[in-house]
Ligand binder design. Structure first.
Ligand SMILES: C=CC1=C(C)c2cc3[nH]c(cc4nc(cc5[nH]c(cc1n2)c(C)c5CCC(=O)O)C(CCC(=O)O)=C4C)c(C)c3C=C
Ligand SMILES: [Fe+2]
Ligand SMILES: [Fe+2]
Length: 368
């Protein structure tokens, strides 16, 4: 039977609303075998690698997975914390804090997190929420800038799962928030807090994850959205355009990706005599391998060995209060018309509900 029988509890139960923060995912452990499992799923996604299966399969299984899994595992080991992969830790804490923020704002919603690749998977989380009676679901990808390679792939996973479901929940999707005022303000707050303590750099470099240039030519708006985020952030910081650069990192494979590339740009700046750069990665809402290892370690090394004097990495939004408030505002704006607002009696209990979710967040270490 293609469409399974629905669990009894979905009939006649009061409507519940869920918000799901979906991030990319990360290996379960910093080992070659766990990284291989993760990369196999990630790099088999046709949204990520747009090469016909027959040509890509032998390359993926014969070259990429055998060579890259061990190399990447070493990089993961260098950033792994005792709670696990930073991407997992930040996503869990952000979801817990979003729950607390939405409850404090008087919304009765259930917040969960899911990973596009690895665990907890999108199908598992959707099923758990449906089993709890959630029949309205808001999907919030962890990507401020829309790309077919990331955001659309999250939506694919949701649609693929629901295509086997008999009683489909009402669904809303956040496509992007690259120009959302509260997101831009939270980014600017992070930069200004860093400058308050460490003074200002000669250049601020905004490094976004790259994508193949071909996807831009084929109509993916990602590049434009990154540039718009950068323009709005520079305006908010009142930075003259020549002091703020946009670059793209994490090139994968031999094809041309969005330019300018981050590492060669930093080396060029150092050679031109730029003494101090501050680098920030506004496209990642939480620190992860690509920011902690590739930027804060590798790119720093590249800049300093090319003659630069001072390199500052400005951390991602992570669990910052302004960012969590921004996330709550984004979710709230996408739930307009849904009955999230508590009844007057429940509203009186909202502070206790908020306290209970604060305690759950504290148990996860999200208040640190
Ligand atoms: C922020 C948006 C991201 C876009 C756009 C993106 C596109 C993209 N990525 C790859 C290949 C890899 N990315 C890897 C890691 C990685 N990528 C993102 C985000 C975006 N990717 C994040 C948050 C991470 C970090 C994951 C973590 O566990 O911390 C990796 C794996 C790491 C490695 O082996 O180097 C690969 C591979 C492609 C091909 C692509 C667009 C086509
Ligand atoms: Fe990536
Ligand atoms: Fe990387």
């Amino acid at each position: 039977m293609r469409f399974r029988q629905e669990p009894q509890y979905t009939h006649g139960t009061p409507s519940r609303i869920a918000v799901v923060l979906v991030n990319l995912g990360t290996p379960d452990a910093p080992t070659a075998s766990a990284v291989r499992r993760y990369l196999r799923q990630f790099l088999s996604d046709p949204r990520v690698v747009e090469i016909p299966r027959a040509a890509w399969w032998p390359i993926l299984h014969g070259i990429i997975l055998p060579l890259r899994s061990g190399q990447s595992a070493k990089k993961y080991a260098s950033i792994w914390s005792k709670e696990g992969s930073p991407l997992k830790v930040h996503t869990e804490r952000q979801a817990a804090l979003l729950q607390e923020a939405l409850t404090r704002r008087g919304h009765e919603v259930e917040v969960a997190h899911a990973m596009r690749y690895g665990n907890p998977s999108v199908p598992d989380v959707l099923e758990r929420l449906r089993a709890r009676g959630c029949d309205r679901i808001l999907i919030v990808p962890a990507y401020p800038q829309y790309s077919g390679t990331t955001t659309a792939s999250v939506f694919d996973a949701v649609f693929a799962h629901l295509s086997g479901v008999r009683n489909v929940p009402e669904l809303r999707l956040v496509k992007h928030y690259h120009d959302h005022e509260a997101y831009i303000r939270a980014l600017a707050g992070n930069v200004l807090a860093h400058w308050d303590t460490h003074g200002r750099p000669d250049r601020l470099v905004l490094s976004f994850h790259g994508v193949p240039k071909r996807t831009l030519m084929l109509g993916d708006p990602y590049h434009c959205e990154c540039r718009k985020t950068a323009r709005l952030l520079a305006e908010q910081l009142q930075l003259p355009p020549e002091q703020c650069l946009v670059t793209f990192q994490s090139r994968f494979g031999k094809a041309e990706w969005l330019q300018p590339y981050t590492a060669p740009t930093l080396q060029q700046l150092a050679r031109e005599g730029v003494s101090r750069v501050d680098v920030m990665c506004p496209g990642f809402i939480g620190d992860c391998l690509e920011t902690l290892e590739e930027i804060a370690m590798e790119a720093k090394h590249d800049f300093l060995t090319a003659g630069g004097r001072e390199f500052h990495y400005i951390p991602c939004l992570n669990e910052g209060a302004d960012w969590i408030a921004a996330l709550a505002e984004i979710a709230e704006q996408h739930m307009i018309g849904w009955p999230t607002i508590l009844s007057p009696r429940d509203r009186e209990a909202a502070p206790q509900l908020a306290e209970a979710s604060r305690q759950r967040a504290a148990a996860l270490g999200a208040d640190k």
